[in-house]
Design a protein around this ligand. Structure first.
Ligand code: ATP
Ligand code: MG
Length: 629
């Protein structure tokens, strides 16, 4: 990294209605943060006490760099916290889960129905020989049985490893082998844009040469027994016949592993991140209740898939532990038309909506006539996660979806962190382009390579200085990789992202440190240049990379998707180049702009700049198992 890293920051702010803070569980952010700082362990113990423990912990944390243990000696079960707690506390007939499929298909589960379904399936897994600590791979469409299977694993202490059902056989195989999964749970088909996607045949390929796999559980979407092809296969519902629907939760140690989850693979080979039970639950519950302000009468819709950390923490474990109603849907955002998501918000009265910049930019591209057709007045809070939310996309989201009323929570976090780390807590002024501030419980900073804090408005590396309960415990089969996160700068957790802080301590994520572009000794984060491009009326989405340049070392090359109604032209190239020059300055001016219909993305919707770069340079792109088709 070069030393010079000035960032041009916009000072626009949006002030949320004071009622948001007044009615929030967090209350005043600064006060809550000060409380945390004055007694970090006491702060986290207070949050943990809101949950059900079979046996309380002896010690809040043990920090033995780089290894942390949280709520040491505590015993609990996460499924009991998501289900039994509500069933016992008068919420048994409350809606836990609403599922919406394509063509108007719908299923609902009350908390009691979900509780019983989970216990039945948990008993069925036991009958198959599953024991505490066994790894179970889930490769399932977004249907209620997916969530039932997750919670059933947690109930009996099996470790789930979910693989997004959009991955191919090779990627699935690699993950099954890495985790040494004993059982694979799948469905006959997934549904996408009116088409049936065969999943079982992919699993059949993936389990070849995977000696750890003993059984494949197949869900038939039509609820009639599936035709079984091999002795390894069993039917999801047939194995539940005759089993009891009473299954007491397994007593789990706070530090027993809960799941393994592979990262998105945006910057390289995916890492198998391991999370444990107690600390993870505390993090997911705390952030849902105090940061997302989720209340039990909320209808929460997170558009992620359970195959990503966002789905783990904010479809399943967080919202259910709070007792909210969770909407899940198998629908694609633009099928049968780009109004489908907004129609679901209207239909189910969604109050908290959480999506990703890639979706927001897609909706910007097709135009606001789609959301304008629907009544979105039930929405209270809207969120974003996954990539930097460009200021232009923030403004659009705020105005068109939030109707100039709903606060936006742009949440920065990672598979590794398990929970939100940086965002703008309710009631605080929002600044487009800035994720926000470290939430109470998190100590984050922007520093240089040596760990010295950088002055405001100068870019640097994002680090987390103190352990937190839902931090990953290791990288599966790769303890050295785990250590690397902690030994790059002092003894802090190095995130791998570039960021900048303003005078108020607001943090803007500038992109991945791997993707940094150094032009004539100046560091440029990708997000800054991309946001400048997206702020032009013709541009829906942009990706930039650094290409070799004889004079400047590197120059910026841009790839751009246009909004509907705009055509590529030389004139537009000049206009966009000039626009970047005026927004950031001459150093950021692209030396080339290419118009694209699509950008290479991970299946979780993140731009893979390394693929663009490899193509540009004519070199091997490395691991592209997570690349979207
Ligand atoms: P890999 O680590 O395999 O390259 P990945 O980092 O994309 O994949 P995830 O854990 O899904 O895997 O994503 C975390 C990353 O996503 C963060 O490090 C950050 O770069 C980006 N990110 C997530 N949320 C935000 C946000 N609100 N603003 C900016 N960037 C974000
Ligand atoms: Mg990462």
């Amino acid at each position: 990294m070069a030393d010079n890293f000035d960032v041009k920051l916009d000072n626009k702010t949006y002030i949320p209605d004071p009622s948001y803070q007044a009615n929030s569980a967090l209350g005043d952010y600064k006060k809550a943060y000060a409380e945390f700082l004055s007694d970090p362990d006491g702060f986290w113990a207070g949050k943990a006490r809101e949950l059900d423990w079979i046996k309380p912990w002896d010690k809040v944390k043990e920090w033995n760099w780089p290894n942390a243990r949280w709520f040491c000696g505590g015993k609990l079960n996460i499924s009991a916290n998501c289900l039994d707690r509500h069933v016992k506390n008068g919420r048994r007939n409350k809606l836990a889960l609403i599922w919406k499929g394509e063509q108007g298909k719908e299923e609902i589960y009350t908390y009691r129905q979900l509780y019983r379904a989970v216990m039945r399936f948990a008993n069925a897994l036991k009958k198959l020989g599953v024991q505490k600590g066994d790894r179970i791979c889930l490769y399932m469409p977004l249907v209620p049985e997916h969530i039932i299977a997750m919670l059933a694993c947690a109930r009996i202490g099996a470790v789930h490893s979910i693989v997004y059902a959009g991955f191919g056989a090779e990627a699935l195989h690699a993950r099954i082998r890495d985790a040494q999964a004993k059982i694979v749970i799948t469905a006959d088909v997934g549904v996408r844009r009116g088409k049936l996607i065969p999943l079982r045949s992919i699993v059949d390929d993936a389990v070849k040469n995977s000696p750890s796999v003993e059984k494949i559980v197949v869900l038939s979407r039509e609820r009639c027994p599936v035709e079984l092809y091999s002795e390894m296969e069993v039917d999801f519902y047939a194995i539940q016949e005759g089993v009891s629907d009473e299954c007491p939760p397994e007593e789990m140690d706070s530090e027993d592993p809960l799941f393994i989850l592979y990262t998105s693979g945006t910057t390289g080979q995916p890492k198998g991140i391991v999370h444990t039970t107690g600390g993870y639950l505390v993090g997911a519950h705390y952030t849902c209740k105090y940061i997302f302000d989720l209340k039990e009468n909320d209808v929460h819709w997170c558009t992620a898939d359970p195959g990503w950390i966002t789905g783990h923490s904010y479809i399943v474990y967080g919202p259910l532990s709070v007792g909210a109603t969770v909407l899940i849907t198998e629908t694609t955002p633009d099928y049968p038309d780009p109004g489908i998501w907004w129609s679901l918000i209207e239909e189910f009265g969604v109050t908290v909506f959480y999506t990703a910049p890639t979706a927001i930019r897609m909706f910007m591209k097709v135009g606001e006539q789609w959301p304008d057709k629907y009544n979105l007045s039930s929405l209270r809070i809207i969120g974003s996660v996954g990539e930097p939310l460009n200021p232009e996309a923030f403004e659009w989201y705020y105005r068109v979806i939030g109707r100039n009323r709903c606060p936006i929570l742009d949440t920065w976090w990672q598979t590794e962190t398990g929970m939100h780390m940086i965002t703008t807590p309710l009631g605080q002024p929002m600044k487009p382009g800035f994720a926000g501030v470290p939430i109470p419980g998190v100590v984050a900073d922007v520093v240089d390579k040596e760990g010295n804090p950088v002055p405001a408005r100068q870019g640097g590396l994002l680090v987390i200085k103190e352990p937190w309960p839902s931090m990953m415990r290791t990288v599966y089969n790769n303890p050295d990789r785990y250590k690397q996160y902690w030994n790059q700068i002092k003894n802090w957790y190095t995130v791998g992202d570039l960021a900048v802080k303003d005078e108020d301590g607001y943090i803007m994520v500038l992109g991945r440190s791997d993707d940094i572009i150094i032009v004539a000794g100046h560091n440029l984060g990708t997000a800054e240049v991309e946001s400048a491009l997206v702020s032009h009326e013709a541009v829906a989405e942009a990706a930039v990379i650094g290409v070799p340049d004889d004079v400047k070392g590197q120059a910026v090359k841009a790839f751009v998707i246009l909004r509907q109604g705009y055509e590529p032209s030389q004139k537009l190239v000049s206009e966009l180049t000039y626009h970047v020059r005026m927004t950031i300055g001459p150093i950021a001016m692209p030396s080339g702009i290419e118009f694209m219909d699509k950008l290479p993305k991970t299946r979780s919707g993140k731009i893979m700049r390394r693929v663009l770069k490899a193509k540009e340079m004519g070199v091997d792109p490395g691991d592209i198992s997570t690349l979207e088709e």
